[in-house]
Design a protein around this ligand. Sequence first.
Ligand SMILES: Nc1ccn([C@@H]2O[C@H](COP(=O)(O)O)[C@@H](O)[C@H]2O)c(=O)n1
Ligand SMILES: C[C@@]1(CO)OP(=O)(O)OP(=O)(O)OC[C@H]1O
Length: 162
Amino acid sequence: MSTSGFRIGQGFDVHAFGEGDHVMLGGVRVPHARGIVAHSDGDVVLHALCDAMLGALALGDIGRHFPPSDPQWKGADSRAFVRHCDHLVRNLGWKVGNADITVICERPKVGPHADEMRRLIAFDLGIDIGDVSVKATTTEKLGFTGRGEGIAAQAACLLVRA
Ligand SMILES: Nc1ccn([C@@H]2O[C@H](COP(=O)(O)O)[C@@H](O)[C@H]2O)c(=O)n1
Ligand SMILES: C[C@@]1(CO)OP(=O)(O)OP(=O)(O)OC[C@H]1O
């Protein structure tokens, strides 16, 4: 592995909408006309972030660390996945320097909840809220997100020496 002072990672996740009245996004319960189909709480923001953190150190992906076949993770709070990834990263001598996350959906509107997501993520990573960015975009009604069939998120993070 490189001995330089930085490692970069990126992650991407998609979940389908299903029955329910809310979606978990960045640890925040966001009211919505649909729920999420998933093994865990289906938080695409946190799943993309975990994959970015794991990817930065070539540690595999979220499904390797928390297999969807394992009943232990049924309905799991995805904040626990983030904290676990943070422990892994810190045990190897790194921490998240900053993270930048984009949520992709027509609805729900993410903007009103973005700062609370940033606060929770920064807390779980033990970093400053100014080092966590949460943004959103529609796909202008195109594709599966545009048709309101599901929601996606992508994340980039930079790891720095702890
Ligand atoms: N689910 C979403 C999608 C978008 N936003 C905010 O609206 C802005 C415009 O989105 P476009 O896709 O039309 O460019 C976007 O920059 C976000 O600020 C949102 O809050 N939630
Ligand atoms: C998070 C895990 C946990 O079992 O399951 P899901 O909630 O279905 O989410 P996914 O993004 O498909 O990632 C795989 C799994 O690690």
